[in-house]
Write a protein that binds this ligand. Structure first.
Ligand code: HEM
Length: 508
């Protein structure tokens, strides 16, 4: 009897130690259905909010889902993102092959959708050379020129203030990449970028289309019932091919006539050895410059829309920012990049804009090897999603995260507080895939916000009936999230501002 009890005890202890040794398998998550898994639990829109809620309900910063047999791991805290996506980025930097986005719509040309490997590495290296801090500095004159042209456009816009912001952003990125000058709000390149990038926003999140999980659906004939996605993809693909090839071909032709303005594309082409066959290298250059065009022309527009929305909803923030501008600039000049060190509140407004509503609330990767963390086991091939929205709205890191409050980044003496987590950590992604355009983007956002705050009052629009038009504050869902269009009115802050807008900018 005693012998049996002892054996049982030894067995129990051994089992306990064994179980404790083994990773506790996958993190918690909602129980799914056979075959489809959690496909019906995940909402079509604003998934980041649901993931954040599940994370709290399951009391775990990492949760897991099954989607048609694929394991999906969702990371909702900076601690886990740092441990996994940043520190172990050699295995967390692949991308899931999205059949709809990459193959059917043609975004496989874009660095952001390339699988981890030599091809991606070479493209990324070439991209980085042109957008690292030391080089971005040389684009400041173009950013200043375009920020100044924006001011009269905002002043005279009739109802759609986003259009001038889109034109400015496209002019900046097309200016530095292809040396192009855009003159009107309806420039064909702006319209092309807008339409093409829409297809990326609509398809770029894993699971937006069933064909991502069930690749055989791609073989459905386009006319078949349920194959609407194929007809849509064919339409989008024409735009995607055009966005990559049209500016490339046009500048190459201008170069052969000696008429191309100096720009990133001409710099890259001039570095080619004319004695060699450069066709592969030219394809790479076309893809790198095309990536800059589409990655850079939409994302900053979303942040600028968020900035305008915040200025309408938080007029005290706007007033304090304007006061800081006046203190440093007086009324007789426009801001320069050299003023940045003296304008911490403006920098804090920019950081808060990136935090309050991140442009890409979710960023996804594919895990290249089995991994273990916190007692959990993640199988190779899992989709790993960084929930940037949850990280940037984490109450433990940011008090009252739903409020737009730039002072969270400042010390009591008004200087930037380096102890507060910088939203750049999550808003631009993670690890080896972190946005390589972030230095350019931060400069673009800062100089644009500084120009607007220095010269214009941003106010709620007044309807024809004389009522204040309240912005809805809503956002679009998808890979890139934008504020839903709203109205705003822009007025010169003073006669001196009007002079500055008129005299320093050349609206062509
Ligand atoms: C407010 C502006 C911007 C935001 C919030 C933003 C955000 C992001 C995010 C979240 C990613 C995914 C990173 C990851 O997978 O970990 C990304 C990737 C990328 N971004 Fe940006 N971005 C912005 C502007 C720009 C600009 C202006 C450029 C080009 C000049 C650019 C070029 C890229 C490229 C090439 C990638 C793909 C990187 C890769 O997969 O290796 N971005 N961006």
């Amino acid at each position: 009897m005693i012998g049996n009890s002892l054996a049982l005890l030894v067995l129990s202890v051994a089992l306990f130690l064994y179980l404790r040794r083994r990773p506790r398998s996958l993190p918690p998550g909602p129980r799914g259905l056979p075959v489809i898994g959690n496909a019906r639990d995940v909402p079509k829109n604003f998934e980041w909010l649901t993931y954040d809620r599940w994370s709290r309900e399951y009391d775990s910063d990492i949760i897991h889902l099954r989607m048609f047999g694929t394991t999906v791991i969702i990371i909702n805290s900076m601690k886990a993102a740092n441990e996994l996506l940043n520190k172990r980025s050699s295995i967390y930097s692949d991308r899931e092959h999205l059949v709809m986005t990459a193959d059917l719509v043609g975004w496989d040309r874009d660095i952001g959708f390339m699988p981890y490997g030599d091809k991606w590495r070479e493209h990324r290296r070439l991209f980085h050379q042109q957008f690292r801090p030391a080089t971005v500095h040389t684009y400041h004159p173009k950013l200043l020129e375009e920020a100044r042209k924006l001011l009269p456009r905002l002043l005279f816009q009739l109802g759609d203030f986003m259009q001038p912001l889109r034109t400015m952003t496209a002019s900046m990125i097309l200016g530095v990449t292809y040396g192009m000058e855009l003159h009107t709000d309806n420039d064909p390149y702006v319209i092309l970028a807008e339409k093409a990038v829409h297809s990326m926003a609509a398809t770029g999140n894993m699971g937006s289309y069933a064909v991502d999980y069930l690749p055989w659906l791609r073989y459905l004939p386009s006319w078949a019932p349920g194959a609407g996605f194929k007809r849509q993809a064919a339409e989008w693909k024409e735009l995607v091919v055009e966005i990559f090839e049209r500016p490339f071909v046009s500048i190459k032709q201008a170069m052969s006539l000696g008429k191309a303005p100096p720009c990133i594309l001409t710099t890259m082409l001039e570095e080619l050895d004319p004695k060699k066959d450069n066709s592969d290298r030219e394809t790479m250059i076309c893809q790198v410059t095309g990536t800059a065009y589409n990655a850079g022309s939409d994302t900053p527009v979303s942040s600028l829309g968020t900035f305008i929305l915040a200025m309408l909803l938080y007029p005290d923030v706007q007033r304090r920012a304007q006061k800081e501008m006046d203190r440093i600039m007086g009324c007789d000049r426009l801001p320069e990049f050299e003023d940045r060190g003296s304008l911490p509140y403006i920098t804090a407004v920019m950081k808060e804009t990136l935090r309050w509503h991140p442009v890409s609330p979710l960023v996804s990767y594919k895990l290249r090897a089995d991994d273990e963390y916190g007692g959990y086991h993640f199988p190779a091939g899992s989709i790993v999603i960084g929930n940037a929205w949850a990280i940037l709205h984490d109450k433990k890191r940011y008090l009252n995260p739903e409020m737009f409050d730039p002072t969270r980044f400042l010390r009591p003496d008004g200087e930037l507080d380096n102890g507060v987590p910088d939203p750049v950590e999550a808003a631009f992604g993670f690890g080896r895939r972190i946005c390589p355009g972030r230095h350019f983007a931060a400069d673009l956002l800062w100089i644009t916000m500084a120009h607007i705050l220095a010269t214009l009052n941003i106010q709620k629009a007044i309807s024809e009936a004389g009522n204040v038009v309240e912005p809805s504050g809503e956002y679009t869902s998808g890979f890139i999230s934008h504020p839903v269009p709203f109205k705003a009115s822009f007025k010169p802050r003073s006669p001196a501002s009007l002079d500055l807008i008129g005299s320093r900018s050349s609206l062509k």
